[in-house]
Design a protein around this ligand. Structure first.
Ligand code: ADP
Ligand code: ZN
Ligand code: ZN
Length: 744
């Protein structure tokens, strides 16, 4: 017997080995083995088993088998091959992204106490407890809520020593205690289980029925679930997962960033308990390996996580859910493979005959277009769940506002201030979105007009008041606050523009009694902190929450009745074909945080561009108008979804050298086929990042003439497959981006 083995190296090749007799029965596709490669002993994965081999050279044998179980499934292997081919990345590099590095199965997590209800619970006995031992009653009630299996430490909020109370309950025969291995700690990523009574409305039932039909077919069926904010999409995911699990199959739930949505994880935990694995960036190597191993062994049925959760080695996959499918964090930019999770999810769905649910209130233009062209089945939930109504929106034209009031440079309009005051009085809660962190993003010399730039990047430094430093948001460079202009030595430096810290200070000064908190990547360096702050907000301990886009999505707080968007124009004027789409989605999503309960909500949108299409449509919550106009624009400009896009980026420490290389590559490209436009090479909008100058060449291939993108793909492959041999790169680097999200 022979085996093909792939190693985590930068090569597109796999290697053939002989399987020694003692291993023939235990080696499977997906098994990890060690073998000699060159002169070293290296770990690799078996990708196929064959009885014959055409290899003529001197063939080595596999040295040993690493684990008892395979660490990859055959389908996952096919997915790796597809990624390697589609994103022009060596297999070994794809494997590094897919599997935890240093996959070791040595770790075994600690054991914890659990309680299980005994079968014969007598309601009369329980009734007795309410009077005689209310604490025991409370704890028993909580254990019953969890449908029978409960981790004792999760009862800490009810008693400081829940175990001793549980011991008494055990003596009385209500519960049985036992010890079991518990999962890596997820407190930073999930609220405690959130139990809810669920009664589906008609729209939900219809949606669920459509999805179940697909699930039962056990075929690849991709959906776009387009449900307005608060239409109850999470509950639809849960019900669909329940059906898949009932069939003995498994599910993957993808979230844009797991720490931003602890509520969703909390809901899943409540329903599915410890069969849910959270796959997130804060797992240690050991926990990651352990979780991977447990998934391989079939001990988890559901995996929830950010983009890399799409690679979980679940067998018998029945469903993939992608929440907020338009989110840019689903794209991996660096290192290669530069993949988009949506495309990988659809491909995995195809390979495993799985239902795929792309879900959002504001789908990407691509997915919306794919629905119009019948590539995705469409499910629409146009109404919010229950009594909750869509919020009222008000657009404040800041220029007009200031002309009328005669006060210029104001950050908060009169209307927003009034509404905040009103909500504070009613003890309702407020979210304020300012999608820029720090205090002041522009520091300008009043005398010579110079602005303070990062020495390594082509971007201005932002002043942070918390530590009084100037910070580069691209490379992390920082310096102490300046008092002199470096060009003319004037002391007249002015700090302009607005970040979250400035908004926070202003709100503190104006509403000194209010309880205020801020969420951005400075204040939330630990994911635990994020969950804590959101929890305080959900308990009403915080009245005003200020934040960047981190607060705009997924949060469900019924007492929030006012959302203020301080500057809706941020990002609108970036020279990027997606700028309008991104702004529309952000405002629409943020607005969706208001009025989710029974109380009506208001959204105040402050803007200097009240006539801009994205802002107008987001304010009137008119997604159809926006999508149709934006699609017409994209068509005229031949941008996706009407074309396939590729970007080749060249970077290097010397401007002339990168420019020279870029031009040489530009000149030596083979003749474009009909329907291919090549733009550049040109300097990128962000011309320098981390001391590296940046150029790019953009390739646009019209879909009409290249329906599945294969022409563009062959063109890129042909021109760049062996670029290292073709061009003298020196210190310069080349990277290939298929379907890039952004061109800046
Ligand atoms: P979305 O994800 O679409 O924004 P959610 O799933 O967060 O909306 O639902 C909004 C609110 O309505 C949540 O508090 C959720 O628990 C509640 N909800 C949704 N569907 C139901 C249902 N069928 N029964 C009870 N509550 C529901
Ligand atoms: Zn100056
Ligand atoms: Zn920088």
């Amino acid at each position: 017997m022979f085996a093909e083995v792939a190693f985590p190296i930068s090569s597109f090749q796999s290697f053939t080995y002989r399987i020694p007799r003692n291993l023939t029965n235990s080696i499977q596709v997906g098994s990890r083995v060690t073998a000699i490669l060159g002169k070293r002993s290296v770990q690799g994965v078996i990708i196929s088993l064959n009885t014959k081999s055409n290899y003529k050279g001197d063939m080595k044998s596999i040295s040993s088998l690493v684990d008892d179980n395979p660490v990859l499934t055959a389908e996952l292997w096919e997915l790796i091959l597809w990624i390697s081919n589609y994103y022009v990345t060596p297999i070994g590099q794809v494997m590094k992204t897919v599997m935890p590095n240093r996959l070791s199965m040595q770790y075994s997590p600690p054991k914890n106490w659990y309680a299980k209800l005994t079968n014969a619970l007598d309601e009369i006995d329980i009734e007795m407890l309410t009077k005689r031992a209310p604490k025991q009653y409370e704890i028993l009630k909580e254990i019953r809520k969890t449908k029978g299996v409960c981790r004792i430490t999760s009862l800490k909020s009810l008693s400081s020593n829940p175990l001793s109370i549980c011991r008494i309950l055990e003596e009385k025969g209500f519960i049985k205690l036992y010890k079991q291995t518990s999962l890596p700690d997820v407190t930073g990523f999930s609220f405690d289980p959130i139990h809810k009574e669920i009664i589906f409305n008609r729209g939900q039932v219809k949606a669920i029925n459509k999805i179940s039909l697909a699930i039962n077919k056990k075929k690849y069926v991709p959906f776009l679930l387009h449900g307005v904010t608060s239409s109850g999409k999470t509950e639809i995911y849960i019900e669909s997962v329940r059906q898949v699990i009932a069939q003995g199959r498994t599910a993957i739930i993808l979230l844009p960033e797991i720490s931003l949505t602890p509520q969703i994880a909390g809901r899943f935990k409540a329903v599915f308990g410890d069969t849910v694995a959270l796959w997130h960036s804060k797992l240690t190597h050991a926990q990651r390996s352990w979780t991977w191993g447990q998934i391989c062994k079939g001990n988890f049925h559901v995996v929830i996580g950010a983009r890399s959760a799409i690679f979980s080695p679940l067998r018998n996959l029945g469903l993939i859910v992608m929440d907020e499918e338009q989110e840019s964090s689903y794209q991996q930019d660096s290192p290669a493979p530069r993949y988009h999770t949506r495309d990988v999810a659809l491909m995995r769905g195809k390979l495993e005959d799985t239902t795929v649910l792309l879900s959002s209130a504001t789908p990407s233009l691509e997915s919306y277009y794919n629905h119009l062209h019948k590539k995705l089945k469409y499910i629409n939930l146009p109404k919010r769940f229950g009594k909750s109504k869509y919020p009222r929106t008000h657009v404040v034209d800041m220029l007009k506002d200031q002309n009328e009031s005669g006060k210029f440079g104001l950050i908060l309009s009169g209307l927003l201030l009034d509404k905040i005051e009103d909500r504070l009085k009613k003890n309702e809660q407020i979210l304020l979105l300012q999608n820029r962190r720090g205090y002041s993003p522009i520091i300008r010399c009043y005398d010579c007009g110079d602005v303070v730039m990062c020495p390594s990047c082509q971007i201005m430094l932002t002043y942070h008041s918390s530590n009084q430093r100037l910070l580069c948001h691209l490379c992390g460079y920082s310096e102490t606050q300046r008092h002199l202009c470096s060009s003319c030595h004037s002391t007249n430096l002015i700090y302009t523009g607005t970040g979250t810290q400035r908004v926070e200070l202003l709100i503190q000064e104006t509403f000194s009694d209010a309880r205020i908190s801020r969420i951005d990547s400075d204040s939330m360096q630990k994911s635990q902190q994020m969950t804590k702050t959101l929890k305080s907000f959900s308990e009403g301990k915080i009245q005003i929450l200020i934040g960047t886009q981190m607060i705009a999505k997924g949060l469900d707080f019924p007492n929030t009745t006012l959302v203020g968007i301080i500057n809706a124009d941020l990002g609108l004027h970036l020279p990027d074909f997606r700028a309008g789409e991104n702004v529309f989605q952000l405002i629409y999503q943020a607005a969706g945080r208001a009025g989710r309960g029974n109380k009506e909500g208001d959204v105040i949108i402050q803007t200097y561009s009240p006539d801009d299409l994205a802002i107008k449509c987001a304010a009137s919550l008119d997604f159809k108008k926006f999508y149709h106009t934006a699609l017409t624009e994209r068509k005229e400009l031949k941008y996706p979804p009407f074309s396939w896009l590729a970007k080749v980026e060249l970077t290097g420490p010397g401007f002339d050298s990168v420019l020279c290389l870029a031009e040489r590559i530009g000149q030596s490209l083979s003749k474009p086929y009909k329907g291919l436009d090549i733009l550049g090479p040109t300097p990128c909008y962000l011309g320098k990042i981390r001391r590296q100058f940046r150029f790019h060449i953009i390739f646009k291939s019209i879909k009409k003439l290249d329906p599945n993108g294969s022409k563009l793909h062959s063109y890129i492959n042909m021109n760049f497959y062996d670029y290292l041999k073709k061009y003298r790169m020196g210190n310069n680097k080349l990277s290939i981006h298929m379907d890039p999200l952004s061109l800046i």
